[in-house]
Design a protein around this ligand. Structure first.
Ligand code: NAP
Length: 273
C-alpha cells in the first residue's frame, strides 16, 4: 500500500499541535502514513490545495484564514461546515474534488458529553466561530435554553437567533449563570498573553459543568475558580483532540480513540502554557 499523507495548512502553522496528535495515532495504529505541517500563505492557498492529490495527500486540516477561503472551492460539505461558514477538515475524493467538514462542534460535545449534569440551561460566553460551534452542538444535544453572552451584544443576538437562544449583555454575565447546567467560555479571554476573564461565579449552581475552550493554559483562571468552589471542570484540550477524530478516520481509514496516552503525547509530557 502506498504511503497516505495528510497535514495542516496554516499561516502561520508552527504552533499547531495537530502533527503531534495525528503522529501519535499513526504510530499507535501502525499506519504507514504521514501528517505534515504545511506553511501556506493565502495567495498560494488555492494552488497548493489543488496540488495535494498529485502529491499523495488524502486531505488536510485548515486554520484561519484558509478555513474561510476554502468554502468556494468545495464540491460538497457537511451540515456543520455549512452552518459555520467555514471548514476545518478537507477530504480529497478520488475524482480530485474537495469535501469540507467542520468538526469543532463534534469536538466540543464529545469532550463534555460524559460530564453534563442536565440538558436544561447552557451559558456560552462569546459569539465568534468557537461559540457558534458550541451553541450548534448544545442545540443538537437537546439543551432547552441556550444563553449567549458577548461583549458585542449584536453578535450575541445573531448567534442566539440561529439556535433559538437568548442573547445577554456582557455586563449581566454573572447574574445569568443562575440555574445553568453548563458554562462554556468560548471567548479568547484567559488565554496566555490575553486579558483574564472576569466573572463572578456566585450565581452558578455547584452542580454545573464548567468548560473552557481556551487550552493554553490548560487550567485557565476560570477553570481554577470553578474547581475551587466545587464545580466539575473540563479543559479545552479534549475538544482539540476529539475534533481531530473524523478527519483521521476519513484519511487513514481507522476511527481513532482519544485516550490519556494521546493527551500525554500532545502535551509532550508537560503542560501547555
Ligand atoms: P473569535 O472569532 O476571534 O472570537 C473571540 C471572542 O472573544 C468574541 O466573542 C469576542 O467578543 C471575545 N473577546 C475577545 N476579547 C474580549 C474582551 N477583552 N472582553 C470580552 N470579550 C472578548 O475567536 P474564536 O475562533 O471563536 O475562538 C475563541 C477561543 O476559542 C480562542 O481562544 C480559541 O483558541 C478557542 N478555540 C478552542 C478550540 C479547541 O479545540 N479547544 C477550538 C476553537 C477555538 P466580541 O465579539 O465582542 O469581539
Amino acid at each position: 500500500m502506498t504511503m497516505r499523507k495528510a497535514g495542516v495548512m496554516g499561516w502561520p502553522v508552527a504552533h499547531s499541535l495537530s502533527p503531534k496528535l495525528h503522529g501519535y495515532w499513526l504510530k499507535k495504529y501502525g499506519i504507514e502514513g504521514e501528517y505534515l505541517a504545511l506553511e501556506v500563505n493565502p495567495e498560494e492557498f488555492a494552488g497548493k490545495l489543488a496540488a495535494l492529490q498529485a502529491n499523495g495527500f488524502a486531505g488536510v486540516n485548515l486554520t484561519l484564514p484558509h478555513k474561510e477561503l476554502v468554502m468556494s472551492m468545495l464540491a460538497d460539505m457537511d451540515s456543520d461546515a455549512q452552518e459555520a461558514g467555514m471548514a476545518n477538515t478537507i477530504v480529497i475524493r478520488s475524482d480530485g474534488s474537495f469535501y469540507g467538514m467542520n468538526t469543532d462542534s463534534y469536538g466540543f460535545i464529545e469532550n463534555i458529553r460524559g460530564s453534563i449534569p442536565q440538558k436544561n440551561k447552557a451559558v456560552v460566553l462569546g459569539a465568534g466561530g468557537a461559540a457558534r460551534a458550541a451553541c450548534y452542538a448544545l442545540a443538537k444535544e437537546g439543551f432547552k435554553h441556550i444563553v449567549v453572552v458577548n461583549r458585542s451584544l449584536e453578535r450575541a443576538q445573531n448567534v442566539a437567533a440561529a439556535f433559538g437562544g437568548t442573547a445577554v449583555a456582557w455586563e449581566d454575565r454573572a447574574r445569568t449563570l443562575e440555574g445553568a447546567d453548563v458554562l462554556a467560555n468560548a471567548t479568547s479571554l484567559g488565554m496566555t498573553g490575553k486579558q483574564t476573564l472576569e466573572i463572578d461565579l456566585a450565581w452558578l449552581p455547584v452542580s454545573a459543568l464548567v468548560t473552557d475552550l481556551v487550552y493554553a493554559p490548560l487550567v485557565t483562571p476560570l477553570l481554577k475558580d470553578a474547581r475551587d468552589r466545587g464545580n466539575r471542570i473540563v479543559d479545552g484540550l479534549g475538544m482539540l483532540l476529539h475534533q481531530a477524530v473524523p478527519g483521521f478516520e476519513a484519511w487513514f481509514g481507522v476511527r481513532p480513540v482519544v485516550d490519556s496516552g494521546l493527551r500525554h503525547a500532545v502535551l509532550g509530557g508537560g503542560m501547555i502554557c
